[in-house]
Every structure is written in structure tokens, then in C-alpha cells.
Write a protein that binds this ligand. Structure first.
Ligand code: TRP
Length: 329
């Protein structure tokens, strides 16, 4: 049987170019070799997003982005976490195999506690149990489908180790039910600078959105920080943020051509930005159309996700029955 790759996408922001290169493209690449289970981790988002309209909108934005980027729902099992009740039952079962001390050591929880201590507040101020239990729900997402590999960013590595721990403890106590998942951390993952030159990230507010209107994209591109060299001066392409982003969306000929003009002088940064904007338009005009289509036809997104959930439950339902049976319930 084909090996399973599974990953969850938390709908907590509007997808940007960095997400496309760092997560979406590599995950879609994997679908050639694995049976892929990709899902919207909507209940994970609830630990932080408490605004009904915002959460609802972000779920569709994320789903529409993956579909527009080329996810084929005929090939990928694409679903919403909240449509799979088995995951939440497994969440409880796994929590009974999770030492509380293990969760005390989770990076995300610890970071919140440290922040409280820094401000001399109660260590658990503002921390809900959903955030504390986050790693258990994530383990349930993964173990529910006997995933073999889980493509994630470096920041999720500890969560994967915890999932393996839970699976191992359970397997030792009963019979071997769970597959131990391997994290798949893209080492040479492509990172691109944001408009301020730091890594493009939602938390820095420096992102270029993926399928925004041409006007919005152009505005962001024009804000990219460069040095203050004048038009006539020769420029260094390799230390330039505009050039760094340009390289990801252009042909080798276009890249060489722009490099030559940087080095020769006579090219202003405004022109380079305009050309970058044009390359982005070449790359994303078609995707934007698809994205807008799905955002205007949310019922179609719902249908796709519902069909994905039916496929996913074909695995989850019998596996949960086996789990219940092995614990004596
Ligand atoms: N915690 C992941 C993130 O913040 C999202 C996620 C939820 C996930 N469940 C998952 C990732 C299961 C991989 C597997 O990005």
C-alpha cells in the first residue's frame, strides 16, 4: 500500500508567497510519491482565533489557496479536521497516555508561561487548556490515519516527537496499533525575504499576499526595502531583496538578464520592482482566478471538503473501532 503523508494547515492567516514556497509547493510535490491526507486544522485555530467571521473566512481562504495552487481533490484526501469526529475521541484517549509533564515542556506552552513570568504575572494567565492540549490533538490528527510521514516546519518537530511518544506508549501497553510517524522537515526549504528583508512571515507583517488584487500586490512590491543607490550606480543583485524574490518566479534567462543590468548600472530599483511585479503577475494571474472562483463558490469548497471527509472516515472509523476494542471499551 502507498505510504501516507499527512499534514494540517492551521487557518490563522492569509497565505503568502513564503507559505507557497516553503509549505504548499513541497507538500504538493510529495503527492506524487505518497497517498496524501491534507486537512484544515480548524479546531487547532480555535485555541487562538475567537472571532467567528474571521475564523470562517480564513478556513475558506486556506482551502481556496491550496486548490488554486494545484491540489487535486481526486488525488489528495482534503478535509476539515472538525468533520472527523473520530479524531476528537482519539484526542481524549491519547490524553490518557500523555504525562502532564510532557505537555508542560511543549515549546509553545512554555513560551506563553515564560512571557507571563517576565511580566510577573501568574504563570498560566491567559492560557487556555486547548493551547495546553494542542500537542495531543495534533497527535490524534496524525495517528488517526497511520501516517508515515508528516511534512512540517522545524517549529513542529517537538510535536511530532510527542506524537511518537504517545503512539509508542499505547503500542506497548496494548497491541501494536499505531504507526510511528516520521517528521519530514524540508532542510533546504526555500525561504524568501519579506518586504523588510527579514524572513517572510505573518508574525513580522512583512508578507506579500498570494492571490490579492494586482493593486495590492504592486503596493507591497513597491514597499520592498532596498539600499539607497542611485539609478546610474552598479548594484549587487545578491544582497538585494527584490532580486532574491525575483529569482523564485522567473526563468533562468530572465534572472541572468536582470543580474546583468544590476551589475552594469543604469537600472533603478523602481524598475526592478516593476519587473518583479510583472513576474508575480505571470506566475499568479491564473491561480488568482481559481482562488477568486472558490472564494465566490464556497459551497463548492464545502462539497470538496465533505467528500474528502467521507474518504478520510473510511480509515478513521475502523481504526477507532480497533483502538476502542483494544482498550476494552
Ligand atoms: N500545528 C501545525 C501548525 O501550526 C498544524 C497541524 C495541526 C498539523 N495538526 C497537524 C501539522 C498534524 C501536521 C500534522 O502548523
Amino acid at each position: 500500500m502507498a505510504k501516507i503523508a499527512l499534514t494540517g494547515i492551521k487557518p490563522t492567516g492569509t497565505p503568502h508567497l513564503g507559505n507557497l514556497l516553503g509549505a504548499i509547493k513541497p507538500a504538493l510535490e510529495l503527492t506524487k510519491d505518497y497517498l496524501a491526507f491534507y486537512f484544515i486544522a480548524d479546531y487547532h485555530a480555535l485555541t487562538s482565533v475567537k472571532d467567528k467571521k474571521l475564523l470562517h473566512e480564513q478556513i475558506y481562504k486556506v482551502a481556496a489557496t491550496w486548490l488554486a495552487a494545484g491540489l487535486d481533490p481526486e488525488k489528495v484526501v482534503f478535509y476539515r479536521q472538525s468533520d472527523i469526529p473520530e479524531i476528537f475521541e482519539l484526542n481524549w484517549i491519547l490524553s490518557c497516555f500523555t504525562p502532564k509533564g510532557l505537555l508542560n515542556r511543549a515549546h509553545a506552552y512554555k513560551a506563553c508561561v515564560d512571557k507571563n513570568l517576565e511580566f510577573e504575572n501568574d504563570p498560566d494567565m491567559g492560557i487556555n487548556c486547548g493551547l495546553f492540549n494542542y500537542p495531543v490533538l495534533m497527535a490524534a490528527d496524525i495517528l488517526m490515519f497511520n501516517s508515515n510521514v508528516v511534512p512540517v516546519g522545524q517549529d513542529q518537530k517537538q510535536h511530532l516527537e510527542m506524537a511518537r511518544d504517545m503512539a509508542h506508549t499505547f503500542n506497548q501497553n496494548y497491541k501494536k496499533i499505531f504507526t510511528l510517524p516520521e517528521p519530514l522537515i524540508q532542510e533546504n526549504v526555500k525561504t524568501i525575504p519579506g518586504i523588510d528583508g527579514r524572513k517572510m512571515s505573518k508574525s513580522y507583517h512583512n508578507e506579500i499576499p498570494l492571490f490579492a488584487t494586482p493593486k495590492e500586490v504592486r503596493k507591497k512590491v513597491m514597499q520592498i526595502v532596498s539600499d539607497s543607490k542611485g539609478v546610474e550606480e552598479a548594484k549587487d543583485p545578491d544582497s538585494c531583496n527584490i532580486f532574491a524574490i525575483y529569482q523564485h518566479f522567473s526563468t533562468p534567462e530572465q534572472i541572468e538578464d536582470l543580474r546583468g543590468r544590476y551589475l552594469a548600472g543604469g537600472l533603478g530599483y523602481g524598475t526592478a520592482k516593476q519587473e518583479l511585479f510583472e513576474r508575480l503577475e505571470d506566475s499568479f494571474a491564473e491561480g488568482r482566478e481559481k482562488y477568486n472562483y472558490y472564494m465566490a463558490h464556497k459551497e463548492e469548497v464545502d462539497r470538496i471538503l465533505r467528500e474528502g471527509a467521507v474518504k478520510a472516515r473510511k480509515i478513521a472509523t475502523p481504526l477507532l473501532a480497533k483502538i476502542r476494542n483494544s482498550i476494552g471499551i
